[in-house]
Design a protein around this ligand. Structure first.
Ligand code: MG
Length: 454
């Protein structure tokens, strides 16, 4: 059976169940991943989110892995951070999570990890796994052993609770959207001494309440509850529980980069001079705050595979993305939305300030939402390359770690080719509206010019 190539994406494998991804394809991916990781005797952990196709695909994937001689520990339904934790904590050789993160219910896929929870992404092993899967060059061995393990969440909870110190009882409202965190985070938070109001807290792969993508629309009920129930804060989780969108006590969703600033201030007080990672599309106020609090700001490519990698290499204490993935050295450097919730409770328990006051004290600059320009896949990367060259020749200060970011005194814009769609994306931020308008216009004119030219 031929594997569709388009399911192999920048950070994971994803597609529509029964069209792009079937049981047979899952087995082949298991064989490819098992071959890639080294086969006979390698020890892997496999978990899944709540999707209705999850059990079928997980079992099929495990079959493929066992056939290459890998030993598999099946930890069942868990949030993705618990899978990462299980890999690192038990010093396994890698693992796989069966999930399509925040995609609609009929989607599914796989996040693949190496040792220490490092993600297999493009430029970091994904091409190799894809090649083995497509050419079917599997190295099969004598069948590995399968172990079912039901204590992964308990192991994680014990570890995480040992790292937090919550000084007083706070009230937190959460919406796990019937996803992989349902029933797990509410218990973890109660065990941490918090008062929890939980909605959509029953695992259900049909996602009856709303799509597993936390945003203004899907979290509208939670925002209301936070205000009505006078909660200290709220959190909306995505389908596999690796993203946490925080809501302040006024019912406002806090952008991921502002949340990172709140964590950075807190961590840098205790960890003087520590490194904090953020990605290129974060607000300038992230870099400014890290510097103002004596930390070392390090900018990374967008995407959790890259940030996790840098967290370990740079020995950073904290990291974050605008998309609300947060990384903590406390929990081995991977992105952990469960731990982010505990840490937010800890920092609020040690101050008399309300979360809305903390949010309002962060300097915020006018920015554009992401602007999208259609550009064929075969052209999009060349367009960005040519633009980079042009801006360099024009004498601009640029960062080329991910697309091209042009930095001026009072603002910046970032141009990137979309990893998944035939599009070029542009965002901008400036210290005032006038500058923002000028930057946006300039960037847009340049992008359209290049698309026509090439
Ligand atoms: Mg996710």
């Amino acid at each position: 059976m031929t594997i569709p190539q388009h399911i192999f994406r920048a950070y994971d494998i994803r597609g529509i169940y029964s069209e792009d991804i079937t049981g047979n394809i899952a087995t082949q991916i298991g064989q490819a991943f098992g071959t890639y990781i080294g086969g006979a005797g390698k020890r892997l952990v496999v978990g899944r989110d709540v999707r209705l196709s999850g059990e079928t695909l997980e079992n099929a994937l495990i079959e493929g892995l066992l056939s290459t001689g890998c030993h598999v520990q099946d930890i069942g339904i868990v949030p993705t951070p618990v899978l990462y934790f299980a890999i690192v904590h038990q010093a396994k050789d890698g693992g796989a999570m069966v999930t399509a993160s925040h995609n609609p219910p009929n989607w599914n896929g796989f996040k693949l990890c190496r040792e220490k929870g490092f993600l297999i992404a493009q430029g970091m092993g994904m091409e190799k796994v894809q090649e083995i899967a497509v050419t079917e060059r599997f190295k099969l061995g004598s069948r590995g052993k399968l172990e079912k393990y039901g204590e992964a969440v308990a192991d994680y909870s014990n570890f995480a609770l040992g790292k937090v110190d919550i000084k007083r009882k706070l009230r937190v409202a959460i919406d796990t959207g019937n996803g992989a965190c349902s029933g797990i985070i509410s218990k973890l938070f109660r065990d941490a001494g918090l008062e929890v109001i939980a909605i959509n807290d029953e695992p259900d792969g049909s996602f009856p309440a709303h799509l597993p993508e936390p945003n203004e629309e899907t979290l509208s009920e939670l925002k209301k509850i936070v205000v009505e129930e006078k909660a200290d804060f709220g959190i909306g989780y995505d389908g596999d529980g690796d993203r946490a969108l925080f809501i302040d006590d006024r019912g406002r969703i806090i952008p991921g980069d502002i949340t990172l600033i709140i964590f950075a201030k807190y961590y840098l007080e205790k960890h003087k001079g520590a490194k904090v990672l953020y990605e290129v599309s974060c607000s300038s106020s992230v870099e400014e705050t890290i510097k103002a609090y004596g930390g070392v700001p390090i900018v990374s490519r967008v995407g959790h595979a890259y940030i996790m990698d840098e967290m370990i290499k740079e020995n950073a204490v904290l990291g974050g993305e605008i998309s609300s993935h947060f990384y903590f050295a406390d929990v081995y450097g991977f992105d952990d939305a469960l731990y982010a919730g505990l840490k937010m409770a800890e920092l609020l328990s040690k101050t008399s300030e309300k979360l809305f006051e903390i949010v309002d004290s962060v300097p915020k600059y006018p920015s554009t939402p992401v602007n999208v320009y259609d550009c064929p896949d075969e052209k999009k990367f060349r367009v960005v390359e040519k633009l980079t060259e042009e801006f360099r020749q024009m004498g601009y200060k640029i960062i080329t770690i991910d697309g091209v970011k042009v930095i001026e005194l009072n603002g910046w814009f970032l141009i990137r080719a979309s990893n998944t769609l035939p599009q070029i994306k542009m965002t901008a931020e400036a210290k005032n509206q006038e500058k923002l308008k000028q930057l946006t216009k300039f960037a847009e004119r340049k992008i359209l010019e290049k698309i026509r030219e090439i």
